[in-house]
Design a protein around this ligand. Structure first.
Ligand code: TXA
Ligand code: MG
Length: 325
């Protein structure tokens, strides 16, 4: 059930007491702590099983609070903040004194965003401070887009879960590095490159997937249990059938243009034609195929434009090499 005003008060109290609150945002659920409480921030890393040198995002209640958390805001970053907040955009800027190094993984920069979700905004307003929160999943696995996903992933490691329903964007925020002379996209996400460029009036650099630029973005991030294999869209059905015949329990992401192709596989997800619907469903689809017992997922990359850029980025990472240990 969606969080009530009494739940918001309770969650704000948990944050004040140094506890961990899972909170809904428009992108994915976050695992939040008081950004100014180093001990609480350290608990996040333990709960996630995440190495402590991975920087977190500080969530704030409005663009007007940005200067309280960072040292210097270039005009271009201010323009983006005013245009896209609240929304799925994270700005990396120089760390303000308020932000402990525990929250930035020791970096002198800090990532900040204003989430576009009524429950998150109500919590930030009731709490009054900043809430540092990574996605509320175990390190390396698929981000949660429902309160139930959070409970399944983190169980007792989180003190309180605020339920805000299904996340409407479904992939994480776009991260823009605004610390240098020119802005660049560190992670594609819910705000498209095209929308950013339209507001800025010039093109933006986007990372190539082979280059791991954002600290904490290992190739095998966002991975389900099943191995993910990417093939050309027209080969999805045939590759799936072959792997199934070889004894795999195959899950298929069937592209909309091949919706009528018969597929022999263990489980089939008929992908929606709209990229917004695909992004919203992506992590749920991966979880679903895991739950159905698939050991292999055959998928293809969408066109890398609009939200397709973020979806392709997450699929590539899900298909990336896994730690062998
Ligand atoms: O949509 C989102 O961004 C969600 C919701 C909960 O807000 N959060 C999220 O957090 O995806 P997380 O921790 O899973 O991913 C944050 C990313 C990491 O890849 C981290 O390396 C990057 O942000 N990041 C954080 N601070 C940074 C910094 N100072 N410089 C460069 N990258 C940074
Ligand atoms: Mg994450």
């Amino acid at each position: 059930m969606t969080a009530q005003p009494s739940d918001i008060e309770k969650a704000a109290g948990v944050l004040r007491a140094g506890g961990l609150v899972a909170l809904p945002t428009e992108t994915v659920y976050g695992l939040g702590a008081n950004a100014e409480d180093p001990a609480a921030v350290s608990r996040i890393f333990r709960a996630k099983g995440r190495p402590p040198n991975h920087p977190l995002i500080v969530h704030i209640g409005g663009a007007e609070q940005l200067d309280d958390w960072v040292e210097e805001v270039p005009a271009s970053a201010r323009l983006l903040a005013e245009h896209f907040w609240p929304g799925p955009l994270t700005l990396v800027l120089r760390r303000g004194r308020r932000v402990p190094l525990e929250a930035t993984g020791g970096l002198e920069t800090v990532a900040v965003r204003v989430p576009d979700h009524p429950v998150a905004l109500a919590l930030l307003s009731a709490f009054g401070g900043g809430v540092t929160a990574p996605s509320a999943n175990r390190f390396g696995s698929v981000s949660p887009t429902t309160a139930q996903h959070v409970r399944t992933e983190l169980g007792d490691a989180v003190d309180f879960v605020l339920d805000g329903g299904d996340c409407k964007v479904g992939v994480e925020s776009t991260i823009v590095d605004a610390t240098g002379d020119t802005l660049s996209i560190l992670r594609p996400g819910g705000v498209t490159r095209e929308d950013l460029e339209a507001v800025l009036g010039h093109p933006l650099a986007v990372p190539t997937t082979s280059r791991v630029r954002v600290p904490g973005q290992h190739p095998s991030h966002y991975a389900p249990r099943a191995r993910v294999v990417l093939v050309e869209p027209e080969k999805v059905a045939a590759e799936a059938q072959l792997a199934q015949e070889l004894g795999h329990q195959v899950g298929v992401f069937l592209p909309p243009s091949f919706a009528d192709t018969p597929v022999k596989a263990h489980a089939v997800v008929a992908l929606p034609a709209s990229m917004a619907a695909y992004a919203r469903g992506l992590y749920g689809f991966l979880r679903e195929l895991d739950e159905q017992g698939c050991d292999l997922i055959i998928a293809s990359l969408p066109a890398e434009e609009g939200l397709g850029l973020a979806i392709a980025n997450r699929l590539r990472r899900a298909a990336g090499p896994r730690p062998t240990a």
